[in-house]
Design a protein around this ligand. Sequence first.
Ligand code: ACO
Length: 334
Amino acid sequence: MQNQMGSGISLIGVGAATPPAALDNGQMERLVDTSDDWIKTRTGIRERRIAGADSTLTGLGTAAARNALEMAGVSAADLDLIILATSTPDDLFGSAAAIQGQLGASQAVSFDLTAACSGFLFGLVTAAQYIRTGVYKRVLLIGADVLSRWVDWSDRRTCILFGDGAGAVVLEASEQDQLLGFEMRSNGAGNCVLNLNYQSEEKELLPGINVSQGGYQTISMNGKEVYKFAVRKVPEVIEKAMFYSDIAANDVDWLVLHQANLRIVEAAAQRLKFPLDKCLVNLERHGNTSAASIPLVLNEAVRDGRIQPGHVIAASGFGAGLSWGAAGFRWGKG
Ligand code: ACO
């Protein structure tokens, strides 16, 4: 069994940070040819938080991390590892080390992990491997994205969907393993339906020697194809993760899906026979915050008391890559 080697892991703290500025559907109507009614009916989103020019991914990630460390009662100086799941670092070389520096986590090694909207889920499994092998005891996992930087604000098919934010969890080695099981998948053949590609601009350095010095395009998405992928693959991967976790749907207290679209949450819940009131949803206020969406909604539910220590959570991330995955875990110290 994949979950029976080495030390166990516990999720002992969660935190979040979002930029103060909100952009609601009424304001969207002034930007593109859309309506509050269309956006609410097709996606469930009412507003999203948008990072201004003075807001950085590093700043949001650091604030979320501090919040999670405080709940966990863990000092930054005691962290062994920081993983930043993001597709939108401030620095193409990675922003995890900048967060490590701002936190003063002097003993922690840090790196970025890119898996779009699956980033937090993939990061959770990655963090667990380091703890289970006994290499590290305390890991900070941050999921953060500022997709507003990379949205085409004149494209109504995509700009209405995304918001910015950061969430974080603290993981610690424990007697009992609270990560019950997981499954992760990739399909590069589907990369064309959702991407944020490099845009090459050729420059001649010397006669016969050219380099490419471009930037990035804006988000390109075939919404219908991504929707079909999500409603087919998400329930399937959750069932796999529940199988590896040795739990049935009845054992699950909360279903936590990447917050992309309310219709995707409803379709997955229906297929898995989960009542909707067991699904955690906050996308109406945040839109799709990519790698931040799972810890953002987790943070709300832990802090308002819906999630209690010992509750079983089935979580699933999915998105560009294509990538998707799911994990079953128990909240709190094991
Ligand atoms: N306002 C008004 N009309 C719109 C808008 C808008 N914002 N956007 C599209 N339309 C129109 C289209 O032009 C189309 O009009 P037409 O029929 O005259 O051509 C009509 O609405 C229907 O468009 P569809 O694209 O078929 O709409 P659909 O019901 O599929 O909803 C949506 C679109 C919301 C994007 C949906 O497909 C979806 O949620 N897809 C999944 C996206 C997702 O989950 N991404 C997650 C991963 S993100 C990541 O990894 C970074």
